[in-house]
Design a protein around this ligand. Sequence first.
Ligand SMILES: [Mg+2]
Length: 316
Amino acid sequence: VKEFDLINTYFKPLAKGFPGSLNLTDDAAVLDIPAGFQLIITKDAISQGVHFIGNEAPSLIAKKLLRTNLSDLAAKGTTPYCYFLAGMLPKNTDEAWIKSFTSGLAEDQKLFGIHLAGGDTTSTLGSLSLSITALGLVPKNSALTRSRAKIGDDIYVSGTLGDSALGLLSAQGKCPHDAFLINRYQLPEPRLSLGQTLRGIANSCMDISDGLVQDLEHICKASNVGAVIEAHTLPLSAAAQKIGTLLALEAALSGGDDYELLFTVAPENAKNIAALAKKFALPIARIGKIANGKKVRVIDESGKEIDIEKKGFLHF
Ligand SMILES: [Mg+2]
């Protein structure tokens, strides 16, 4: 199939209704930024064998690619605006693949309110890799960041942790088959509404993509603080606990691909958080506190520190 035909048939419909895309007929997009807003721009790439196995439906791969980017927009408190797509496709990629891939994008564009504004595809001698640059809007100077966590803040996470890492193991046949966990790996849920509502409530925020401990370390470093995680408060799904409580805990602490929001809030705002959990029908768990120092420590129910490295809690 010729590139122009592919663009006409499969990509132009994704840009329809977004004037800045110039209907994908020009060299570049032309974007307006509404007065009083800032652009938030993020880029995520995924490749076969690392972020997806390769036997998934192309529509699912498309959704994960878009959603990992939307999760970064959620972490900044952003409303999605538009995105740019780059695909490095192996030479044997056929039209059926493109059709399924773009149908996945179309479904999620509708669900999350975003349009394709431009992009490029090229063939590669290597394996499939894909990248999106996503743009969002926030009212000026209101974007959430990692750098304003304060000592005494409570630490919260949305949803449940570790499902995705266990879902990958499950999809690979390395632990029992579990459709819920595999779905959590393949189809993350970007917490856009929560992120938008956290503007003005949370002191710091990010999305968890590399594992809770490692990502909380990023907040600590950026904010020049330490943190304590209370291991017994980590939200674990029933499916994860069924795999094994210890493995579920390890996955919650260090498994990747969660795409839940990790944020810190002054204690006086705790009741706002309970109200948000109710409003979005989304579990939000308090998992610890921002503290003095530079380290992320993990404690058990009795307050005793767990040596997470020595105990193998970071092995994911
Ligand atoms: Mg991120």
